[in-house]
Design a protein around this ligand. Sequence first.
Ligand code: UD1
Length: 368
Amino acid sequence: MKILSVVGARPQFVKLAPVAHAAAAAGVEHAIVHTGQHYDPMLSDVFFRDLGIPAPDRHLGVGSGGHGAQTGQILAAMDDAITELAPDVVLVYGDTNSTLAGALSAVKLHVPVAHLEAGLRSFNRAMPEEINRVLTDHAADLCLAPTAVAVEHLAAEGLAGSTVLVGDVMTDVLLEVRERALADTTAVDAVLAAAGLARGEFLVATLHRAENTDDPARLRAIAAELMALPVPVLLLAHPRLVARSAEAGVEWSGAVRLHAPLAYPELVGAVLASRGVVTDSGGLQKEAFLLRVPCTTVRTETEWVETVELGWNCLVDPRDPSGTAGGTSLGAAAARPAPAPTEATPYGDGHAAPRTIEALRALVARRA
Ligand code: UD1
């Protein structure tokens, strides 16, 4: 069996790592296409280096652009890559434009497609990610679900027959990297010292979702709340946030210490050292939960509902981050005490990647 993984954006490199390792352990051939959606070294190369991911077999070099241009360019280039690499199955990850383009190209070339992290839903069709994940699930021959809730969503859309619950591959990699981060804190200590931060006395923040960064009024309102927090905030700024802040006239000051994105082991170390997380990232909400650090999510909904149900995540409406309309303010959410401890494992046991390889084997055997 030959698997072809299609990746392009930062969270996909994290998910690719355990899959690449499980494929190697199972003696399965595995090729990688990097679409080039993310090209900054801190959003791409460092993940391959730190997580021991083999170099991609093809780099499509697509880069940034509008949704249509970016998706279309990846789609066009993927046809040649799939034809040349001749995989038995194409594996796409998550919900980005690279995911949708990889799935569409494969399905039209009659190559079986599997979607990892299938069945997540925000039920917010204004998010580009929601369209990408719904269309990818319906194009896929195999939906690899991370949670029981994702399985329910797929069943509700008539996709039970193509669904397998494998667990969450980000949990696989996080549990492993957590041990490394606990054993060696040198790099994180240097980041904290340079930013003038003390362990346990700061928040880690990220903000990159189009719906938050691309509306100047919304971005200014969220920024005002973050800068007014009574604890220092290590804001790990995605290039999109830097660009949109400049356009919206936001000058980060007050509680906020602006910092470049961190490599994955350092991010995990920084979250472990923090007293909380403020984010609009899907992955970071879950990572905070797995590290048992309280999270505040600046979004009206989340795909990772278990984090909220278990009390470790609190949603703040980005249209009203100061809570003047009666909702929870960002400040109140970020200051809340840690919730009751939990032993719950809604994201699996850290062995989702080997299960993924087995599910791919079964798909290829069925289609042979
Ligand atoms: C993409 C995904 C999002 C995911 C995120 C992870 C889509 C629709 N969105 O959002 O689901 O959570 O990746 O980070 O696929 N840029 C750079 N350097 C880079 C990459 C981007 O400067 O290496 C800047 C460019 O100005 C670009 C902007 O960031 O236009 C947005 O990048 P893009 O890949 O379109 O989407 P993300 O916001 O990163």
